[in-house]
Design a binder for this molecule. Structure first.
Ligand code: UD1
Ligand code: MG
Length: 479
């Protein structure tokens, strides 16, 4: 037996509220090997957006995600959210999804049903649906919207045009020509009285073109049982859009990202040509930062205040402090960039790159798993991997840390104030002591003591007159 739910902490009502999220379907119309609810918009699974919204309304312990198709994958993808899962092993329709969740949901006074494939719904709208349902003491309240193109959605049959009461929902496939003209659609979001839902759910049948149990039929069933079925219309129809086709997913993604840009702009960020930028839902940007066109900020990226991210840069899961300049075409993944640093153009900062305060990383420089100290510079054509580099170090153009011997990775340590001349190779493991100089074009295989000069290159030989003599002999054979 499930635990008896307590009074809902986040709900303002004196009743126990559960949220069920239907996410067991395959998503046949997507023609995909992957479950529909795991397709991504705004950089995370469609279902994760719905769960995040639900979690703003009730505690995770009162959220029940109904999974079925590829259940384990879905559970793993969103399991971190602390919600409950109910298995619908065979997907026999949205009504069937609620049937299999009976044990979990029946103890609740109110059951809000959300669709795992409609991710733009917001918490205030769910709250409104819930409180309207409660205030009206209804058995079923549906959230509806007027769509210019209602094709594919269930249509709402109200008792009369002005009535809040609903007689039934008719699915697109079963609708007649007059019903198809109705622009008020069923969003797939409902509030039910738990007892009414489970008293009557057994009356659902599979007498429809898909041979499925339609949850939408509950409207007609409850209405005929003289229970109150009502509808509330959303102000913003975009909130109820579903993702049944690829085109719909791409459209939802674009809407979500544009909304994200507007949210950031409202928080003090300038984003030029926001429709060209790809900013994931969880990205944070500080005030007075400027994002230029065609920038991508992905995953868990956090940008501080007063930064400038120039065009064509792609920052993923990276942490950028305040006052940083990221020049064009920089690519970062799992990197940290300290206050006042300048990176790019054309820098590639791979996972574990930690760029210090005021440091510079320039053109065609690749870094991986390094710490670059305060004010240190690596400005041109360089690879720095598995290295700890102190403060005030100058890494000359074309420097390479040879970190890999074909089997293992080794570490290079460069202490504070070191000067590495251009075109040097540092064969790890190796340490360059504080304040030392490495002459240009050196191949350094042994540790260099502090304040020393290390030269690791062949001595130059000059053969006076050699070239002229060569030209002379060529001229004489030509003659
Ligand atoms: C449903 C509604 C339709 C409404 C539309 C809004 C029904 C019969 N129709 O249609 O009136 O306009 O949503 O978007 O409900 N699912 C399960 N188990 C199943 C079948 C589906 O969990 O056995 C899940 C799906 O994963 C999906 C959600 O329920 O997240 C909705 O199913 P879907 O097939 O997309 O229904 P629609 O055809 O969009
Ligand atoms: Mg759908």
């Amino acid at each position: 037996m499930p635990k008896r739910p307590g009074k809902n902490a986040k709900s303002s009502f004196p009743c126990r509220v559960a949220i069920a999220i239907m996410a067991a379907g395959k998503g046949t119309r997507l023609k995909s090997r992957h479950p529909k609810v795991l397709h991504e918009i705004g950089g995370k699974p469609i279902l994760a957006h719905v769960i995040a919204t639900a979690a703003k309304v009730v505690p995770a312990a009162d959220i029940f995600v109904i999974i079925g198709h590829e259940a384990e994958r879905v559970r793993q993808a969103v399991g971190g959210s602390g919600v409950n899962f109910v298995l619908q092993a065979e997907q026999r329709g949205t009504g069937h999804a609620l049937m299999v969740a009976r044990e979990a949901l029946a103890p609740y006074d109110q059951v809000i049903v959300l669709s795992g494939d409609a991710p733009l719904i917001t918490a205030p709208t769910v709250q409104k649906l819930s409180s309207f349902h409660n205030a009206q003491n209804a058995a079923m309240t549906l959230l509806t919207a007027d769509l210019a193109t209602p094709v594919g959605y269930g249509r709402v049959l109200r008792k009369s045009a002005k009535s809040t009461e609903v007689k039934a929902i008719v699915e697109e496939k079963a609708a007649n020509a007059t019903q198809k003209k109705i622009r008020e659609i069923n969003s797939g979001f409902y509030a039910f009285s738990g007892p009414s839902l489970y008293q009557h759910i057994g009356e659902l049948s599979t007498d429809n073109p898909h041979r499925e149990y339609y949850l939408t039929d509950m409207a007609g069933i409850l209405h005929r049982a003289r229970k109150k079925v009502i509808a509330i219309k959303t102000a913003d129809a975009a909130e109820v859009l579903g993702s049944n086709t690829r085109a719909e997913i791409v459209d939802l993604d674009a809407r979500l990202r544009l909304a994200k840009c507007h949210q950031l702009m409202a928080e003090g960020v300038t984003i030029f040509q926001p429709q060209t930028c790809l900013i994931d839902s969880d990205v944070v940007v500080g005030a007075d930062s400027v994002i230029e066109p065609f920038v991508q900020l992905l995953g868990k990226t956090r940008i501080g205040a007063d930064c400038r991210i120039r065009s064509y840069s792609i920052l993923k899961d990276s942490e950028v402090a305040d006052n940083v300049l990221v020049n064009p075409l920089t690519v970062t993944d799992g990197a940290r960039i300290g206050t006042g640093a300048i990176v790019g153009p054309y820098s590639r900062l791979r996972p574990g790159s930690d760029i210090g305060e005021g440091a510079h990383v320039g053109n065609f420089v690749e870094t991986k798993k390094i710490k670059l100290g305060k004010g240190s510079k690596a400005n041109h054509l360089t690879y720095l991997g598995d290295a700890e580099i102190g403060d005030g170090v100058n890494v000359g153009a074309g420097t390479i840390t040879c970190n890999y011997d074909g089997v293992n990775k080794h570490k290079t340590t460069i202490e504070d104030g070191v000067f590495i001349g251009s075109d040097s190779t540092l064969v790890a493991p190796v340490r360059i002591g504080r304040g030392a100089y490495v002459a240009a074009a050196s191949c350094i295989t042994d540790d260099v003591p502090a304040d020393a000069l290390a030269l690791g290159r062949a001595r130059q030989t000059v053969k006076e007159g050699w070239a002229a003599a060569k030209r002379g002999s060529r001229n004489s054979t030509q003659g």
